[in-house]
Design a protein around this ligand. Structure first.
Ligand code: CP
Length: 306
């Protein structure tokens, strides 16, 4: 991968995605062997700059950078000069002045990582921007699928829930279709935007249609504020008509993988039985996340380090 930044999967080629996944799989195997000391980022620095809450993405980027030998600094936006009105661009320039090498950013505004990337010399990695993209989440989902099912090409992947607001759904749609998977989407009509077919999705009219014969079933986190906005009547009704329980899952291929980006609302997007069941790969996704973020950080700027 010969690019300065990772902003989204919309921009990446199938070859670049495959390169990230291949290296990610070797890092995941190393992590399973207990190998946590690597040297790809020795002498480099990584700053995480999260304007939104995160457990998985932030922690796994920080561990990934440390396992690769980088010095890591985590900026707490709540106690930074952002609270004094400093703009994103000025914050970026300030971090550049410290000769920092990589910034991982999460921001509520779609496009904020691109604005930062256009401003700073450091490599910028998008850790989730508004309703736009969450590229490393989709990469970790694909890594999990590739590890367990061998190849993404030809897989049928059902994604259910709040498609409209989901950066995870968008990045998965872009990435999975580039690698030859069939992506089926289903959710409340209020949460299904127009134009998904143009991006290669199959928009389904029932859970059963989406899940039938699927190799993997992914639930998306419902943001609880969406209910207040009237996008669906109640959490109970969301679970009843759009969630995945054992009965819905029985329509998928035998042994289909159950995925969820987390954090999960138990009993809403997925029933507790599905979350804790044998087909659930939710915890395995977390390890894939660490591995794929090691891969992304290793590959960015590889040429200039060579
Ligand atoms: N999946 C995900 O982005 O989780 P966090 O919000 O905990 O980072």
């Amino acid at each position: 991968m010969n690019r300065k930044d990772l902003l989204g999967l919309y921009d990446l080629s199938a070859e670049e995605i495959e390169e990230i996944l291949t290296l990610g799989l070797s890092y995941k195997a190393a992590l399973k062997r207990g190998e946590k000391e690597h040297s790809a980022l020795k002498g480099r620095s990584v700053i995480t700059l999260f304007y939104e809450n995160s457990t998985r993405t932030r922690t796994s980027f920080e561990l990934a950078a440390k396992f690769l030998g980088a010095k890591v600094v985590s900026i707490s936006v709540a106690t930074s000069s952002v609270q004094k009105g400093e703009t994103l661009v000025d914050t970026g320039k300030t971090l550049d002045a410290m000769k920092n090498d990589v910034i991982v950013i999460r921001h509520p505004m779609g496009g904020a990582p691109k604005l930062l990337a256009d401003t700073v010399k450091a490599h910028v990695v998008n850790g989730g921007d508004g309703m736009n993209e969450h590229p490393t989440q989709a990469l970790l989902d694909m890594l999990t699928l590739k590890e367990h099912l061998g190849s993404i090409k030809g897989l049928k992947v059902a994604i259910l829930g709040d498609i409209r607001h989901s950066r995870v759904a968008k990045s998965n749609l872009y990435g999975l279709t580039k690698l030859g998977a069939e992506v089926r989407l289903f959710g409340p009509k209020t949460l299904l935007p127009e134009g998904l077919e143009r991006e290669g999705a199959i928009v389904c009219s029932s859970r059963e249609e989406a899940v039938k014969g699927a190799d993997a079933v992914m639930g998306l986190r419902i943001q609880l504020e969406r209910q207040k906005a009237g996008n669906f009547p109640s959490l109970g009704e969301f679970a009843k008509y759009y969630g995945v329980d054992e009965q819905v899952l029985s329509h998928a291929k035998k042994g289909a993988l159950v995925l969820h980006p987390g954090p999960v609302n138990r009993g809403v997007e997925l029933s507790s039985g599905v979350i804790d069941g044998a087909q659930s790969h939710i915890e395995d996704q977390v390890l894939s996340g660490l591995a794929v973020r090691m891969s992304v950080l290793s590959l960015l700027g590889k040429e200039e380090r060579a």
